[in-house]
Design a protein around this ligand. Structure first.
Ligand code: ADP
Length: 487
């Protein structure tokens, strides 16, 4: 049998292909960025064809780097940016319009007419421009005759996973996985099928939709011979790559924003505290596993802001040295609500604030406050998760760019009051896609085998006494309240 598994990680800014061996160790990786098309305020688009070509390039290049050929891969899995919408022609495989990216807010005005109660109940998601449904409707309304063609099945809809599967298999296979489908706002979270009432609500013809499949099964063949055996949304892939297979396991990915996902087992937990309910993964014909998800809009981007706008850091990594030069933030709080607050507040009217300043304070205190903010925002989501799910976290698995900052991760353990663990393989998203594909073809046999691969690069234990934690949390809450009702 082939000795390696390949993973496509198709993200918002770049596409990469990684090759892993039996131990889950990285053998090769290639990455290519694609263009962010910004045709007007609030509009963010990608060229789906460019994305596909980049994926192809990274696959060829990574195989060549490793001195391997396609036949050396036992399977390929896909992790992808979620919610982004591609519409293409069945006959030619050509996109009919630029892909509308999840960040795009062009459909904001359409939200007020939506039944929030119904959407939350059926899909686990509130009305938001974030999800695919309003974007598909926008495209169908925008081009004369397009909806008619979609009704005849001539024009197809897919999220990026569908688009890649269609292309990887040479056209004709029009499918998606449950995790990606759960972010369209068109899938019924309980039945895992397209919901006819929602399709009618958004005026989207069923004929244009992909068939919904599990996240890990052999869908077809890629590169001619390799089983294409997994597709999973990127945040869910990171949860899988972190081997968060048990209810109560949670991970936080720290990048531009923070994404916290909690495995809640085989029953969906409806959030009453501002979180999303979503499918974590579904393995072949087994029961689906659900997750609660909390997204924080600005975390690592606060560090970028200190670097680029204020100019008080030379690099993001400098934030650690500078913040470590002071004992604490000396009462300063920084709430980076640059574009409002996401989970668990959902307050678009909030704007960022740095509060508690006196003449004594320096750039070091403000930087330390920014690191604390990253951690408090994660804690706010974790607290909401505990309220929704009734289970307290006993540790948090972490990954993403900010986790390079050891001081920040120590603060995270201190503020959360539970250990924080970072795995040796930082690329948990690609690893999750590889794990799912490898399990599907029997390359790996069990979740336990995957857990055994896990090498902790570092664990941070909480050190703060309870009184210090409480004081920090109280100050943070007070600071958050100062940012609300600003616009
Ligand atoms: P994304 O996938 O969202 O682009 P990454 O996982 O690449 O994010 O992380 C990039 C983010 O992490 C940036 O916002 C950057 O400011 C932040 N970052 C990177 N290194 C550090 C560091 N050492 N300390 C704090 N923040 C960092």
């Amino acid at each position: 049998m082939a000795d390696f598994v390949g993973a496509i990680d198709q993200g918002t800014t770049s596409s990469r292909f990684m090759i892993f061996d039996r131990n889950g160790s990285e053998i090769a990786r290639r990455q290519v960025e694609h263009r962010q098309l910004l045709p007007a305020a609030g509009r963010v688009e990608h060229d789906a064809r460019e994305i596909w070509e980049n994926v192809r390039k990274t696959m060829d290049a990574a195989l060549a780097d490793a001195g391997l050929v396609a036949a050396d891969l036992a399977a390929i899995g896909i992790a992808n940016q979620r919610e982004t919408v591609v519409l293409w022609e069945r006959a030619t495989g050509e996109p009919v319009a630029p892909a509308i990216v999840w960040q795009d807010t062009r459909t904001a005005a359409d939200l007020k007419d939506l039944d929030a109660e119904l959407l939350r109940e059926r899909t686990g998601l509130p009305p938001a421009t974030y999800f695919s449904a309003t974007k598909v409707r926008w495209l169908l309304d925008d081009q004369p005759g397009l909806r008619k063609r979609a009704e005849r099945g001539e024009v197809l809809f897919g999220t990026i996973d569908s688009w890649l599967i269609w292309n990887l298999t040479g056209g004709g296979l029009h499918i998606t996985d449950v995790t990606n489908a759960s972010r369209t706002q068109l899938m019924n979270l309980a039945t895992l099928e397209w919901d006819p009432e929602l399709l009618a609500l958004f005026d989207i013809p069923a004929a244009m939709l992909p068939a919904i499949r599990s996240s890990a099964e052999v869908y077809g063949e890629a590169l001619g011979t390799v089983p294409l055996a997994a597709a999973i949304g990127d945040q869910q892939a990171a949860l899988f790559g972190q081997t968060c297979f048990a209810p109560g396991d949670a991970k936080c990915t720290y990048g531009t924003g923070n994404f916290v996902l909690l495995n809640t087992g085989t029953t969906p937990v409806r959030s009453t505290h501002g979180l999303l309910t979503t499918v974590a993964y579904k393995f072949k014909n087994q029961l689906p596993v659900y997750a609660l998800e909390g997204s924080v809009a600005a975390s690592g981007s606060a560090i970028q802001w200190l670097r680029d706008q204020l100019g008080i850091l030379d690099s993001a990594a400098d934030s650690e040295t500078l913040a470590a030069s002071v004992e604490d933030s000396a009462g300063v709080c920084f709430v980076p609500a640059f574009s409002g607050l996401f989970a668990p507040y959902w307050r678009p009217d909030a704007r960022a604030a740095i509060v508690g300043l006196s003449r004594f304070h320096t750039a070091a205190h403000i930087t330390r406050a920014a690191l604390e903010a990253i951690c408090h925002q994660t804690r706010d989501v974790v607290v909401a998760m505990a309220r929704d799910s009734g289970t307290e976290l006993d540790c948090l698995q972490v990954d993403g760019g900010v986790t390079a900052n050891a001081l920040c991760m120590q603060l995270q353990a201190d503020i959360l009051g539970v250990p924080v663990r970072r795995p040796a393989v930082a690329e948990t998203t690609a690893l999750g896609a590889a794990y799912a594909a490898g399990l599907a073809v029997g390359f790996w046999r069990s979740e336990d085998e995957l857990r055994a691969h896990r090498r902790e690069a570092r664990v941070w234990q909480p050190t703060w006494p309870a009184a210090r934690r409480t004081e920090s949390i109280d100050r943070w809450n007070k600071a958050v309240s100062r940012t609300l009702d600003w616009v």
